[in-house]
Ligand binder design. Structure first.
Ligand code: SDX
Length: 394
C-alpha cells in the first residue's frame, strides 16, 4: 500500500522512483494528475491551474491562482542577450535543436549559480522555466521565418500570449481568437505530465547528479525529440499526409504488420497504455472543434485518421498487440489547423511538458532519500582475459 494504490511487491521493487504527481493505469486507460482525471482538468480547467496542481499538489483557490499567474507572467521575458543565441543557428535549423541549445544556455547564461538545496530557489527556477519556454519557443519560430521577435504581452493569458508571440507582427494589430486560445490551453494541459516517460526520466536522471535544472530540462527536450516519443506528433502528421486518402490505408496497415523497413504507425501504441490513451479522446474532440472554428470542413487528414483508427481497432494484429491511438495521433492535425508548421509540433509538446519535467525534478531534489541515478545493466560481454601485445595478435 503506497498512498492511494496498492502495488504488487515485484513492481514496488523494480520501480525507478516514488512519485505522488501523476498516476497512469495503462490497462484501464486512466491518467490522473494529483488524483484528478485528465479529461476533467482539460475540459474544465486551464493550464496554469494545472501547473499549480502539478507543482504544489492542489488546485489553487482564487487568490493562489492570481498570485501564481502573476509570478509566471512577470517572468515571461528572456534576458535581451539571450536573443543573440538564436542568430548563431542556421535559419532552417530544426526548432527542437534550437530549443535544446537555448534552454541549455539558460543554465550558462544567468542561472548558473542556483542553490538547488534552497526550496525558494528551486521554486523560482520552476516558475522561470514555465514562464520562459513559450517565449523561447516562439522566438525560435520567428527566427526560422526571419520575422522580428515578439515580446510577451502581460495582459494576455498563457496560451493567448504564446499564440501572440508566435503569430503577431509589429506592423499590424493581432487579435488572439479566444476559442483557439482555449484549444491551445487544453492541448498544453493534455501534454503537461505523464509519469516516468522517457524524457521525464531523463530530466530526473540528469537532476539526480545535482545538475543545473535548466540543463536538465535541455536534456529532457533532447529526449522528447525522438520519433518514438514526442517527435511522434510530427511523424504522425507526415504519415497521414503520405497516406493521403482512405483507400491507401490498407497498404499502410500491411506495411506495419509486415514490419517493412521497421515501419510503425506513428501515433499508435504506447509503452504503458494497452488501452485507449485518455488524452487521445480529448485531443480528437479538440481537433474537430478547431477544424470547425478555422472553417475546415471534412479535412482529408482527419478523415484518414478516423478511418485508420476504425480499421486498426478492428484488426486482429492491433487488437492482439493492444495498439491504440496515443496523444500524438490527432495532435498533429490540430496543431496544423492552429497554424503551426510541423517542425514546431514537438516544440509545443516540450513547452507543455516543461511543468511535468520541473515538477518531477523538484519532487526528486526535495526527497532527502534521493541518490544519484545509477541504472544497472545485464553484462553479456567477454569473461575476463589478459592483454596481448600488438605484434603477438593474430
Ligand atoms: C509518447 O511514455 C510515455 O508516457 C510517452 C508519452 C508521454 O506523454 O510522455 O505518452 C508520449 O511518446 C507517446 C508515444 C508516441 N510514439 C509513437 O506513436 C511512435 C509509434 N509507436 C511505437 O513506436 C511504439 O508503440 C512505442 C514506442 C510507443 C511503444 O513501444 P512498446 O510498448 O515498447 O511496444 P513494442 O515496441 O514492444 O511493440 C510491441 C509490438 C511489437 O510487435 P512484436 O515485436 O511484438 O511483433 O507492437 C508492435 C511492435 O512491432 N507495435 C507497432 C506499433 N507500436 C508497437 N506496430 C505498428 N505500429 C505501431 N505504432
Amino acid at each position: 500500500q503506497s498512498g492511494a494504490f496498492t502495488y504488487d511487491p515485484g513492481f514496488t521493487s523494480t520501480a525507478s522512483c516514488k512519485s505522488d504527481i501523476t498516476f497512469i493505469d495503462g490497462d484501464k486507460g486512466v491518467l490522473l494528475y494529483r488524483g484528478y482525471p485528465i479529461d476533467q482538468l482539460a475540459e474544465n480547467g486551464n493550464f496554469l491551474e494545472t501547473c499549480h496542481l502539478l507543482l504544489y499538489g492542489e488546485l489553487p483557490n482564487k487568490q493562489e491562482y492570481l498570485q501564481f499567474r502573476n509570478r509566471v507572467t512577470y517572468h515571461t521575458m528572456i534576458h535581451e542577450q539571450m536573443n543573440k543565441f538564436f542568430s548563431g543557428f542556421r535559419r532552417d535549423a530544426h526548432p527542437m535543436a534550437v530549443m535544446v541549445g537555448t534552454v541549455g544556455a539558460l543554465a550558462a547564461f544567468y542561472h548558473d549559480s542556483i542553490d538547488i538545496n534552497d526550496p525558494v530557489q528551486r521554486d523560482l527556477a520552476a516558475i522561470r522555466m514555465i514562464a520562459k519556454m513559450p517565449t523561447i519557443a516562439a522566438t525560435a519560430f520567428k527566427y526560422s521565418i526571419g520575422q522580428p521577435f515578439i515580446y510577451p504581452n502581460n495582459q494576455l493569458d498563457y496560451a493567448s500570449n504564446f499564440l501572440y508571440m508566435m503569430f503577431a507582427v509589429p506592423c499590424e494589430e493581432y487579435k488572439v481568437n479566444p476559442v483557439l486560445s482555449r484549444a491551445m490551453d487544453r492541448i498544453f494541459v493534455l501534454h503537461a505530465d505523464h509519469e516516468q516517460n522517457a524524457s521525464t526520466s531523463t530530466v530526473r536522471l540528469a537532476g539526480s547528479s545535482g545538475a543545473n535544472p535548466f540543463a536538465c530540462i535541455a536534456a529532457g527536450i533532447a529526449c522528447l525529440w525522438g520519433p518514438a516519443h514526442g517527435g511522434a506528433n510530427e511523424a504522425a502528421l507526415k504519415m497521414l499526409m503520405e497516406i493521403g486518402t482512405v483507400d491507401r490505408i490498407p497498404e499502410f496497415i500491411k506495411r506495419a504488420k509486415d514490419k517493412n523497413d521497421n515501419f510503425r504507425l506513428s501515433g499508435f501504441g504506447h509503452r504503458v497504455y494497452k488501452n485507449y490513451d485518455p488524452r487521445a479522446r480529448v485531443m480528437q474532440k479538440t481537433c474537430k472543434e478547431v477544424l470547425d472554428i478555422v472553417g475546415v470542413k471534412n479535412d482529408p487528414l482527419l478523415q484518414v485518421a478516423l478511418e485508420l483508427e476504425r480499421i486498426a481497432l478492428e484488426d486482429e494484429y492491433f487488437v492482439e498487440k493492444k495498439l491504440y491511438p496515443n496523444i500524438d495521433f490527432y495532435s498533429g492535425i490540430t496543431l496544423k489547423a492552429l497554424g503551426f508548421p510541423t517542425s514546431m509540433f514537438t516544440v509545443l509538446f516540450a513547452v507543455a511538458r516543461t511543468v511535468g519535467w520541473i515538477a518531477q525534478w523538484k519532487e526528486m531534489i526535495a526527497d532527502p532519500e534521493q541518490k544519484i541515478g545509477r541504472p544497472r545493466q545485464l553484462y553479456i560481454g567477454e569473461p575476463q582475459r589478459d592483454y596481448v601485445p600488438l605484434d603477438l595478435r593474430p
